[in-house]
Write a protein that binds this ligand. Structure first.
Ligand SMILES: NC(=O)c1ccc[n+]([C@@H]2O[C@H](COP(=O)([O-])OP(=O)(O)OC[C@H]3O[C@@H](n4cnc5c(N)ncnc54)[C@H](OP(=O)(O)O)[C@@H]3O)[C@@H](O)[C@H]2O)c1
Length: 336
């Protein structure tokens, strides 16, 4: 039985967030329809989608094929960075809602705390680096998210990949506190103090990439699932290492959203248990503060700057200078 997480700040508290969701990043068209259908038929009730994944129509097709009552489902999607400008937020949300074939979302997240130049290009780039919209503030985008909430198009709103400083900045301006934050979280990147602080603010936490570097885009290396501590706990409980990784996230009251398009692994990932205090203490010791998903270089913004203050001031100077040069180049090319 999958836990349900109560959203303390929610404007629609009757529906709770299922602690197990189905991830859809890099789930290819032609596979994801079947993956979503399989997951929903196996009893998953939570789908994690995003406009940038480029597969929301196919995810919607999977939802339609599964034929589960919409009220029983929790559907999350995310506002992409090229639509953070206030004039674009609602267009992006309407497209996502249409592509998924639903009439509302249960949760809409700001995908990253950095706006790109708005327009048709998902990642408008010059010289391999994204062109930022440095005028649009987090507070302006958030105000549009709040409007979508008031309109009932989304039942909850949240953020993703924000640092504590960025959350604090947002809280200064927010009328409605974020309901949920989505972060990279696994035993090699536990962020325990931050997670506990978020939970103390009533902000529910979702763990993405719960298997660490199992996602091939992170370049492989020694896999978290092969860590001897994870292997040992898996043996004790007669579970697979991947099940232990998901159980770790659920035991600390975060939701977990593993991605798989393989029917056997989709089923395997459902089997989540409550770990003991002893298990949790052993896993606490293998934290490496190792982040696998940091697109700062290509997105031209210093993400996770709380972890790298010196780097941030140096990069801010370069990025701001670079932004001006890029804007001038775009203007000259008639694109800005
Ligand atoms: N907010 C954000 O910025 C953000 C960033 C990253 C991810 N996310 C969300 O989080 C979801 C999950 O993260 P992720 O996709 O990065 O990585 P993940 O779920 O940690 O790992 C996915 C990889 O693990 C494999 N896998 C799945 N179950 C397995 C099992 N039981 N045994 C062995 N291998 C298994 C999958 O392959 P197969 O498909 O072949 O099984 C896939 O290669 C994403 O899909 C997305 O929805 C959000």
């Amino acid at each position: 039985m999958v836990k349900l997480l109560r959203l303390a700040n929610s404007a629609n508290p009757a529906k709770q967030l299922p602690a197990l969701g189905y991830g859809t990043w890099q789930a290819k068209a032609g596979e994801v329809e079947q993956g979503v259908e399989t997951a929903l038929k196996l009893g998953y009730t939570h789908i994690d989608a995003a406009a940038i994944y480029g597969n929301e129509k196919e995810v919607g097709e999977g939802i339609r094929r599964a034929g589960v009552d919409r009220e029983k489902l929790w559907i999350t999607s995310k506002l992409w960075n090229n639509s953070q400008h206030p004039d674009y937020v609602h267009k992006a949300l309407d497209k996502t809602i249409n592509d998924l074939g639903v009439s509302y979302l249960d949760l809409y997240l700001m995908h990253w705390p950095s706006a790109f130049q708005p327009g048709g290009d998902m990642i408008p780039k010059v010289g391999g680096v994204a062109v930022r919209d440095t005028e649009t503030t987090l507070a302006q985008t958030w105000a549009e998210m709040e409007k979508a909430l008031d309109q009932g198009k989304v039942k909850n709103i949240g953020i993703s990949n924000f640092t504590k400083s960025e959350v604090e900045e947002l809280l200064q301006a927010a009328k409605h506190k974020p309901d949920v934050i989505q972060l990279e979280l696994h035993p090699y990147l536990q962020q325990t103090a931050y997670v506990e602080w978020l939970q103390s603010q009533g902000i529910e936490v979702t763990a993405y990439s719960p298997f660490g570097n199992q996602n091939p885009i992170y370049g492989g290396g020694e896999l978290l699932r092969d860590d001897p501590v994870i292997q040992e706990i898996a043996k004790i409980h007669g579970k697979t290492p991947n099940q232990i990784l998901l159980s770790w996230g659920a035991t600390r009251n975060t939701s977990v959203i593993p991605k798989s398009t393989n029917a056997g692994r989709i089923e395997e990932n459902k089997d989540i248990i409550e770990l003991s205090t002893d298990d949790m203490a052993k896993i606490a010791k293998i934290d490496k503060n190792k982040r696998f998903n940091d697109p700062s270089t290509t997105f031209g913004y210093v993400f996770f700057a709380d972890e790298k203050p010196a780097y941030k001031s140096a990069l801010d100077a370069i990025t701001n200078a670079g932004s001006k040069a890029k804007q001038a180049a775009l203007k000259a090319a008639g694109k800005a």
